[in-house]
Design a protein around this ligand. Structure first.
Ligand code: ACO
Length: 381
């Protein structure tokens, strides 16, 4: 006869699941203060970095633990430039995949192919730099292939953000587009123990390789409850279309039990500081789309307050990401992969931080099923 396991008062039972509030690691990389609405990268407030430091400077800060001097930044950029090609194996994979494939799936597959072709051994900083530089190359190459165009040679003289935009179109990007994308990349580079970073650290803790850890992180980022939201925000804004339709559309969505994409956050119970920065960027980058988005935001916040009282749901980073990234010319299905092209700096920094002082991450599950079942052979069942 089956007996039930007696319930234990584990942490998981005391909270609402999802490891909410559980401290899973120590890190010196970033602090997310969800009460004050503050994000800090290695001691620097995100508001002091956005629009003032480049993505390369922030990647350096995360990888090396300090902001670079001019010479140190030049050295990093030289090393990144040396990585500005795609191995044939990766190009073959990109050509082999159907043009209808989801770019986030393509990125996951191409990073896996890149790892198989080039990466071996313990995670190193050289691996981190090499992988990071490949992200825009992979995305732009696939985007061109799916449109029947040849991938371009990377530009040897421009920065990470500019090269990404250049590789998509073959045109030198506008200065304001580069600035907007670069600021976006700075804002998204790291964010405490988010789901994809945790995934990367779990995989790295098994002494697997860095590419495997990053492939896992890409898979975790893809989901709409994490990094997959901004294209859905764009879909929502497109479906609403005009300000007068916004309230009805949002009420309908909530009445159907749908979540409003771009709102709510596990840690921020106040304004997401990245959303504040992106809101200002979106206002300048595309005033027309911003006007609609701003109206939708106002109404959504009011409706969430009315219909989800006490849940403290605010605008998250993904909401104005949609306006910002479409204003620089990116199609909706490249929003989440572009998030990955920023977060790769944080993922790899976390992997290196973890392996420097590794212990296998192996939590427990509280078993709630039966025990001591009597086995009955197949032909007697
Ligand atoms: N729209 C409507 N209701 C919401 C939303 C939302 N966006 N977010 C949370 N809620 C409601 C839930 O329905 C729930 O209500 P209930 O108590 O009546 O059941 C309550 O608020 C708490 O929701 P949880 O899922 O427990 O909150 P959690 O901390 O897990 O949620 C999450 C965080 C997943 C981001 C959630 O707010 C959400 O789904 N948002 C929409 C998707 C999104 O924007 N994702 C991007 C997040 S930012 C990032 O990862 C970079």
């Amino acid at each position: 006869m089956a007996t039930e396991m007696s319930g234990s008062t584990s942490t998981i039972n005391q909270n609402r699941g999802g490891l909410e509030g559980v401290v899973a690691a120590t890190t010196a990389l970033s602090k997310v203060d969800g009460t004050a609405g503050r994000l800090i990268y290695r001691g620097y407030n995100i508001h002091d970095l956005a629009g003032k430091a480049s993505f390369e400077e922030i990647a350096y800060l995360l990888w090396y633990g300090k902001l670079p001097t001019k010479m140190e930044l030049v050295d990093l950029k030289v090393q990144m430039l040396e990585e500005r090609t795609l191995p044939t194996a990766v190009l073959q994979v990109l050509n082999y995949l159907p043009p209808t494939a989801v770019p986030m799936d393509v990125l996951r597959t191409a990073v896996s192919a890149y790892g198989a072709a080039t990466i071996q051994g313990k995670p190193t900083l050289d691996h981190a730099i090499a992988l990071t530089e490949r992200f825009p190359l992979i995305l732009a190459a696939f985007h061109r292939i799916r449109n029947g165009l040849e991938p371009l040679e990377a530009h040897p003289e421009i920065g990470y953000a500019a090269n990404y935009l250049y590789l998509l179109t073959g045109q030198m990007p506008k200065e304001e587009h580069v600035r907007a994308l670069d600021t976006y990349l700075v804002l998204l580079a790291d964010h405490g123990m988010n789901a994809s970073t945790f995934t990367a650290r779990v995989i790295a803790s098994t002494e697997s390789d860095i590419a495997s850890a990053v492939v896992g992180a890409i898979g975790a980022l893809k989901g709409p409850l994490h990094g997959g939201a901004p294209s859905k925000v764009k879909d929502m804004l497109d479906a609403i279309g005009t300000e007068d339709r916004a309230e009805g559309w949002l009420r309908d969505a909530l009445a159907h039990g749908d979540r409003l994409m771009g709102f709510g956050h596990r840690v921020y119970k106040t304004q997401d500081p990245r959303a504040e920065e992106l809101c200002e960027m979106a206002r300048i980058a595309d005033p027309q789309q911003f006007a609609l988005a701003h109206k939708v935001e106002e109404l959504a916040l009011a409706l969430l307050k009315e219909q989800k009282p006490g849940r403290r749901l605010y605008t998250n980073v993904e909401f104005y990401t949609a306006v910002t990234l479409s204003s620089v010319g990116l199609p909706g299905d490249l929003f989440t992969p572009t998030f990955a092209a920023s977060r790769i700096a944080g993922w790899t920094a976390h992997i290196l931080e973890h392996v420097a002082n590794n212990r296998l991450i192996r939590p427990e599950a509280e078993y709630t099923g039966p025990i001591e079942q009597q086995f009955v052979p197949l032909d007697e069942r």
